[in-house]
Design a protein around this ligand. Structure first.
Ligand code: G6P
Ligand code: MG
Length: 222
């Protein structure tokens, strides 16, 4: 097919943001400062290392490089405790139906996530086998909003960037997709994701013939 789709994972396919929040909150508790859901918004789409830096900034805490490494390990350990208990029931509404629609239309899709845990999460929810390729936090050197993750995704799809449609719930992710010259679809609050080319509150809102429209427009998808 002449178009392809790149999915972010956390907040688009699965609601793992709540587990990231709980794990970061554990750390903030340990360090003795408050970490709220509002603070957590700043960590969405952002790499693990960068998330820790933002968190320490929120608490106004300065620590040694050695301690940072220790906290990165303990945060991920906490996070994995939640992740390894996940099952297919935690796939977000509309996600599986959307993948089925893409399969029916013969549109290829890959994952483009900042998470190093992405393959594990997809395995837990039994979706790993459905993606043509996985681009995750292990395969990129520059984090979103840098477009690297999505440009590698386009290579896996064997398509030029302008033929790729990106689903994202994070501001950094929409920015990355726009920089890559792809079609950006914001999943979540329209005001927060106001730089996206299209906006939906969640995946159940995607109109049935959304992709067919792109296909029938004879390659002119933007
Ligand atoms: C996603 C999430 C971020 C998370 C990042 C790294 O982008 O939205 O909140 O920090 O992945 O995840 P990881 O599983 O590698 O710690
Ligand atoms: Mg996300």
């Amino acid at each position: 097919n002449n178009i392809g789709v790149i999915f972010d994972l956390d907040g688009v396919i699965v609601d793992t943001a709540k587990y990231h929040f709980l794990a970061w909150k554990n750390l903030a508790d340990e360090l003795g400062f408050e970490f709220t859901e509002t603070h957590n918004e700043l960590l969405k789409g952002v790499s693990r290392v960068r998330s820790l830096e933002i968190l320490l900034g929120i608490g106004n805490v300065t620590i040694s490089e050695e301690k940072k490494q220790k906290y990165l390990v303990s945060k991920n350990k906490d996070y994995l405790d939640y992740i390894t208990k996940m099952g297919p029931e935690e796939i977000l509404p509309g996600a599986e139906k959307l993948l089925n629609t893409l399969d029916d239309l013969g549109i290829k899709y890959v994952l483009g996530s900042a998470s190093k845990n992405a393959p594990l999460i997809l395995k837990q929810v039994n979706l790993l086998h459905r993606f043509l390729g996985i681009v995750d936090g292990n395969s990129v050197s520059k984090a979103k909003p840098d477009p690297e993750v999505f440009l590698i995704g386009a290579k896996k799809l064997n398509l030029p960037p302008e033929k790729c449609i990106v689903f994202e719930d994070a501001i950094a992710g929409i920015e990355a997709a726009n920089k890559a010259n792809m079609i950006s679809i914001g999943v979540g609050d329209k005001k927060t994701l106001n730089k996206a080319n299209y906006n939906f509150n969640n995946l159940t809102e995607i109109p049935e013939h959304f992709f067919e429209k792109f296909l029938s427009e004879n390659n002119k998808i933007k």
